[in-house]
Design a protein around this ligand. Structure first.
Ligand code: ATP
Ligand code: MG
Length: 556
């Protein structure tokens, strides 16, 4: 799965290749991934990570990790740590370039002073509401603040006093002096600094003024010599301000380029909404396997390879669109199909006794993965008492039912052909046991029976079977567009998105499984070992079904 070959260039690569041809910045390519540490990363961020780090790898450049930590109200160190872990897990390295916008607070303050000295910024006493009112709407020119024409000395004096904590929150702000008549609202004297008496996760109480996103982000790009600053489309209207700051400060000319953010069907991606799901206990935490967070997907069994493959399949768009969740599931399935060891697990056990089989255990060699010749074989114990799936037997078979029936035959995967002789029921008439005979010369690989049963079913030998809990995860929402409904998105949570099977029987090979290992439970689905799984208490999460069965179940 080489992610870079045989594709035409996307529009960002076009821009970069042209820049290289023109010798811009000496042909250097330097990108950054700029998360705000106010939540966990999700699959949308993975798109941005793969893009930024991928471009640097392709063009032998560099990518910085920069935490955009300018809002002390919502940011926390817990998030910083999880973000770093997730990027590494995806397979990318920022090497020694771990930066924080907060490291630049002094430099950013000096930039602001520079603008004031050029007459390009002023301290405004209007309240937030008044500022918004004066800005008016895109169709009518805004009004200038009565404080707009303060002289440079007064502005400098007030700005230093802001920094020294001489004013209350909301009493004053620093604004750029651009154009209150601009059709672009972001150019109507945007706020550059505000007063906030909130300790910051890195700078503590050193600062009581904090730069706004637009003043921190672009300037941080310049400070780091970022050549291509890639962001999502909602920042397109911010680009003139981004460039205005660069021009008026005379700093390194980073170039902002926008692309369409990744949207996925059956998924919400806004951090605010994900936080609600966690806080209001709709899910069991940020890493609940139903969450689109990278820690959730990881716990579910999605691999970094699959996620990288998916972001590559999605491509880079200039217009907003919604990607079908089925495409992500397809990418996961494709990857796991190649790499997952095939094992047998019985979800709903039905006991089978082979009446003519000796009371002994035979070790059968079974292939680990028919898709991978390197995967080898493993020994699977076979014996007189087995479990099969309840659904693989029918007393009164429906039309075209080829699995086990009274007097019928099936092949047990990797083992023998068996024939059902007798059905044992409990007092309620429920089938609880089958008595079967096995065909002696029908062993897989050396079958001389000449019999051709139509079905092969999986099984687990009883005395060696291990109990396991299976968590069957499904889509978290019942509608493709939970964000665009009249009702709140939480009204569309899929109540069946988690079904727990407490007493499944799995083969002993799984005894030593470790969290993160992945398997195909044959004829069932792909599963991954849960974080909380131990050898005494095995827990597996359903990662994805073998086939795209969602549409079918929805049509029922
Ligand atoms: P918010 O603005 O609500 O804090 P955010 O998703 O923009 O959320 P950031 O931490 O600012 O969060 O995002 C870091 C980077 O990831 C940004 O460059 C952002 O553009 C990018 N990004 C975020 N969501 C997506 C998405 N769905 N698709 C592609 N890129 C995304
Ligand atoms: Mg953001």
């Amino acid at each position: 799965m080489d992610e870079s070959v045989n594709k035409t260039l996307n529009f960002i690569e076009d821009i970069i290749e042209e820049d290289i041809r023109n010798g811009k910045h000496g042909g250097r390519v330097h990108t950054r991934f700029p998360p705000e540490p106010n939540g966990y990363l999700h699959i949308g961020h993975a798109k941005s990570i793969c893009l930024n780090f991928g471009l640097a790898l392709k063009y032998k450049g560099k990518t910085n990790l920069r935490f955009d930590d300018t809002n002390p109200v919502t940011e926390e160190t817990e998030y910083v740590e999880s973000i770093k872990q997730d990027i590494q897990w995806l397979g990318f390295s920022w090497e020694d370039r771990e930066f924080y916008a907060s490291d630049y607070f002094e430099q950013l303050f000096q930039f602001a002073v520079q603008l004031i000295k050029k007459g390009k910024a002023y301290v405004d006493d209007l309240s937030a509401e008044e500022i918004a009112k004066y800005k008016k709407s895109p169709t009518e020119a805004g009004l200038e603040s009565p404080f707009r024409n303060r002289n440079i000395e007064e502005n400098l004096d007030l700005f230093f006093k802001m920094r020294d904590g001489k004013f209350q929150e909301g009493e004053k702000v620093l604004r750029a002096k651009i154009d209150m008549g601009s059709p672009n609202m972001h150019m109507r004297d945007p706020i550059l600094y505000r007063i906030l008496y909130k300790p910051h996760h890195r700078t503590g109480t050193e600062w009581c003024i904090y730069p706004m996103y637009d003043f921190a982000h672009g300037q941080s790009d310049s400070i780091e010599g970022i050549t291509h600053s890639i962001c999502t489309l909602e920042f397109e209207n911010h680009r003139p301000l981004y460039n205005w700051c660069i021009e008026n400060l005379g700093i390194f000319p980073s170039q902002q380029i926008e692309f369409a953010r990744l949207n996925l069907s059956y998924t919400v991606m806004s951090k605010r909404k994900l936080l609600q799901l966690v806080r209001e206990n709709y899910v069991e935490g940020w890493d609940d396997p139903r969450m689109p967070t990278l820690c959730g997907l990881r716990r579910r069994g999605y691999t970094p390879e699959a996620i990288r493959h998916f972001t590559n399949l999605v491509g880079i768009a200039r217009r907003d669109n919604v990607i079908d969740l089925a495409l992500l599931e397809f990418a996961v399935r494709e990857d796991l199909n190649k790499r997952a060891t095939r094992v047998m697990a019985i979800f709903d056990p039905l006991k089978v006794i082979l009446t003519n089989y000796e009371n002994q255990i035979e070790q059968l060699e079974i292939e680990n993965n028919p898709e991978d010749p390197e995967a080898g074989k493993r020994l699977v114990p076979f014996g007189k008492v087995l479990y099969i799936e309840q659904e693989d037997f029918m007393e009164n078979p429906v039309d075209k039912y080829f699995r086990l029936t009274k007097d019928g035959m099936v092949r047990l995967k990797g083992a023998y052909i068996v024939k059902c002789e007798e059905i044992i029921k409990d007092n309620n008439g429920k089938v609880i046991e089958l008595h079967c005979s096995y065909i002696q010369n029908s062993k897989s690989g050396q079958d001389q029976s000449g019999l051709k049963p139509k079905a092969t079913i999986h099984w687990v030998e009883e005395s060696n079977a291990i109990n396991a809990e299976l968590r069957l995860y499904d889509r978290l929402f019942t509608v493709p567009d939970p964000d665009d409904q009249e009702l709140d998105f939480k009204a569309f949570i899929n109540k069946d998105s988690l079904v727990k099977i407490k007493a499944a029987k799995v083969e002993p090979f799984l005894k030593s499984t470790k969290p993160g290992n992945f398997y195909q439970f044959i004829r069932k689905a792909y599963f991954a070992t849960d974080l909380d799984s131990t050898s005494e208490n095995l827990i597996f999460n359903r990662t994805v079904n073998l086939k795209d069965s969602w549409q079918k179940t929805q049509d029922k």
